[in-house]
Design a protein around this ligand. Structure first.
Ligand SMILES: NC(=O)c1ccc[n+]([C@@H]2O[C@H](COP(=O)([O-])OP(=O)(O)OC[C@H]3O[C@@H](n4cnc5c(N)ncnc54)[C@H](O)[C@@H]3O)[C@@H](O)[C@H]2O)c1
Length: 316
């Protein structure tokens, strides 16, 4: 029998690729999304679409009665700055909605939930590359809500035997990322290059990030749906997996690589450093390699090229 997979946030950037991945693996996919930042055109043709808020009563009923073996939960408030200016909204979207989903899932007999966490925010300022067991002290309410969500998952796993996995992504980039938001420097750079504008670098541009391609992240979700899980070890890290390349790329190096991908000379303008930005971030994904059989496959230059091609084909 075809198994049923629910992808929350499947009209968004990463979630739409996750939905593609499960469809390619032969699953029957339902996308649940309230289209707050997602776009209908991102939803794969083969998926069923339910326009619902994950925090709603209707969503809980669907999760309870839908016969979903797997839920991949990507729907979220994803903007770090919004979490700082409106931490209550962040908690509603990223914690209360998750609890609604978990309550539906345990009543509905879902086997496993794969949660999108963030290796860019749960650890705070630490020397890279970070392993899952690194100390955690998030510096934004968004980081706190991601880490708290992992604790809720671990708790539901203990209470009800629900299988739960947290994937801690580094900076994800690729086609369908919104180039107009605050997140997603790759998409923003690609869009500015398309418009012939210089790339804005905040501060000295030596701050580093670990850029992982979205198709690789989608594959991690598909693998995480079925991989045997490690036994509990008394920490929230037992069932968390970093998903990244471990490679640090500075913003100035990214600007140069993105310009090369677009085939234009790099033009950079500097703006004052932004408060609260991490100096360095990269994750060690060795555990995902060992236990999920996951390794990043798409080199940065190739991924940037694909992203630029996509942005070029989009209406501005
Ligand atoms: N982009 C990254 O680099 C990155 C890094 C680490 C973690 N993540 C996580 O990955 C997930 C996907 O992020 P993304 O970059 O694709 O963002 P996105 O904004 O493109 O996708 C989020 C999707 O969730 C939907 N959504 C938001 N709130 C909802 C709600 N209450 N009910 C139903 N749908 C709702 C939005 O409409 C959107 O389609 C998020 O959980 C995010 O925190 C992203």
């Amino acid at each position: 029998m075809t198994r049923r997979v629910l992808v929350t946030g499947g009209a968004g950037f990463i979630g739409s690729h996750v939905a593609d991945g499960f469809l390619a693996a032969g699953a029957a996919v339902t996308v649940m999304d309230n289209l707050s930042t997602g776009r209908p055109q991102n939803i794969p043709k083969g998926a069923e679409f339910k326009q619902l808020d994950v925090g709603s009563e209707e969503a809980r009923r669907l999760v309870q009665s839908g016969g979903f073996e797997i839920i991949t939960h990507l729907a979220a408030q994803v903007d770090v700055r919004v979490s700082v200016t409106d931490p209550l909204f962040d908690a509603e979207e990223n914690l209360l909605a998750l609890l609604n989903l978990l309550e539906g899932a345990r009543a509905g007999g879902t086997r496993r939930i794969v949660f999108s966490s963030s290796g860019g925010v749960v650890y705070g300022e630490r020397k890279p590359p970070l392993s899952e067991s690194a100390p955690k002290l998030p510096v934004s309410p968004y980081g706190v809500s991601k880490l708290a969500a992992e604790y809720y998952l671990a708790c539901y796993s203990q209470l009800y035997g629900l299988e739960t996995v947290a994937l801690r992504y580094s900076n994800v980039y690729g086609p369908r990322q919104n180039p107009h938001g605050e997140a997603g420097v790759v998409a923003i750079f690609a869009n500015r290059l398309k418009a012939g504008k210089p790339l804005t670098v905040y501060g000295d541009g030596n701050q580093t990030r670990d850029y992982v391609y979205v198709a690789d992240v989608a594959r991690a979700n598909v693998l995480a749906a079925d991989a045997p899980l490690p036994p509990p070890d008394g920490t929230v890290d037992a069932r968390a997996f970093n998903i990244g390349t471990g490679v640090e790329t500075s913003v100035v190096a990214l600007a140069a690589a993105m310009s090369a991908a677009a085939g234009v000379p790099a033009r950079v303008e500097h703006a004052p450093a932004r408060a609260g930005e991490l100096k360095a971030n990269a994750v060690d994904a060795g555990k995902a390699a060992r236990l999920l059989g996951w390794r990043p496959a798409v080199p940065l230059a190739q991924g940037l090229q694909a992203t630029y091609e996509w942005i070029r084909g989009e209406a501005s």
